[in-house]
Design a protein around this ligand. Structure first.
Ligand code: MTE
Length: 339
């Protein structure tokens, strides 16, 4: 989908701001009794790992997760917004399976083994099927999509993803008339993912990480299955080998390292919604008018160039600036109640 320069979605850079909001999500984890997950992490991982006979640090830290160049059609709108540098896209991450600090995923995921990988598409459909690792990049024509990613923690990036429309993958399965929702599930492999081996390291989440969309949302042309970024396959910390990208919703909907997609009749659960239903709704559409209980969603820090702490404060737009493409799906919905 194009990001046209004439639209309100064409954001401007503004002044640098504070970073206190970064810490607020971790406050929730503390409130729930998982105190200091990040600060305890470096000492906690080796002991958990040793108990299982795995050393997440010494054997894997020297490795670099292998990425490969992809063939894809370039996004023609690529000059309309300033891209977040690749080094930042790949080093400032939320992937609690590898730890709760922003720097944990890159540190702890370099030994992640995606071979063999299977993505199963099943549930209310006439043609359930499975994709192997190679199929993920070969079954559908790949295209680049430059999207804004807006985290509920009020930071954002502009990322050149490579992937294919989720709708293409779903249509191939021939969903039946009972298919009202689509449920997604991340790999569950505590031997590879230290956050799944320890509730403290993983932020108290009951894994596997799960997410869901209404079927019309899932079929929207903006919803992307990403297999790469910056022209290459995904780094482990960004959700290799395949993840969802739903650019009009808060980033937590964009589930990583997916192994299962299921058509369902009833609304699927979603990880953050289960963890704190009053804070993280099922819809999670970016909405500057509905604040998170503990912080404002009116603005965000755009992570661009400069040092890690050089961020620009910009106004947050409804649906993250993609209202023209998606607002119609919610015309009968009270977006305050259905946050
Ligand atoms: N998927 C899984 N499996 N585990 C996670 O912890 N974090 C989510 C989302 N997908 C998460 C996940 C959140 S909160 C955000 S903001 C985005 O991934 C971050 O994606 P990025 O690290 O590629 O920027």
């Amino acid at each position: 989908m194009l990001i046209k320069s004439s639209k309100q979605s064409d954001l401007k850079e503004h002044q640098v701001t504070d970073e206190s909001v970064y810490l607020q999500r971790r406050e929730l984890i503390k409130k729930m009794g998982f105190v200091g997950a990040g600060t305890l992490l470096s000492s906690a991982i080796p002991s958990v790992a040793n108990a299982k006979g795995i050393d997440f640090f010494s054997s894997k830290a020297e490795k670099t997760f292998q990425r490969y160049a992809l063939n894809f059609t370039a996004d023609s709108s690529k000059n309309s917004e300033i891209l977040t540098p690749e080094a930042k896209v790949t080093s400032h991450n939320n992937f609690y399976e590898f730890g709760t600090s922003k720097s944990d995923p890159v540190k702890n995921s370099q030994g992640f083994n995606v071979k063999p990988w299977q993505l199963k598409i099943s549930g209310e459909c006439d043609n359930p099927y499975t994709l192997d690792l190679d199929d993920l990049t070969k079954s559908f024509a790949l295209e680049e999509r430059i999207y804004r990613l807006r985290c509920v923690e009020a930071w954002s990036m502009v990322i050149p993803w490579v992937g294919f429309e989720l709708a293409k993958l779903l249509q191939k399965a021939q969903p039946n008339s009972r298919a009202k929702y689509v449920a997604f599930e991340t790999l569950h492999d505590p031997e590879q993912m230290p956050g799944q081996a320890s509730r403290r390291i993983g932020g108290g989440i009951d894994y596997p990480y799960v997410e869901g969309l209404r079927i019309d949302e899932a079929m929207n042309p903006l919803a992307l299955m990403s297999v790469g970024l910056y022209g290459k396959t995904l780094p482990a910390q960004n959700g290799a080998p395949i993840r969802l990208v739903v650019p009009w919703k808060y980033g937590f909907k964009s589930i990583k390292s997916i192994v299962a997609i299921k058509f369902t009749q009833s609304r699927p659960t979603s990880t953050w919604n289960v963890l704190a239903p009053s804070e993280y709704g099922f819809y999670a559409n970016v909405n500057p008018e509905v604040d998170h209980p503990r912080w404002s969603q009116a603005s965000e820090r755009r992570i661009t160039s400069g040092g890690l702490f050089a961020r620009n404060r910009i106004d947050t737009l409804p649906f993250n600036g993609y209202g023209e493409e998606v607002a119609d799906m919610y015309r009968n919905l009270d977006l305050r109640k259905n946050f």
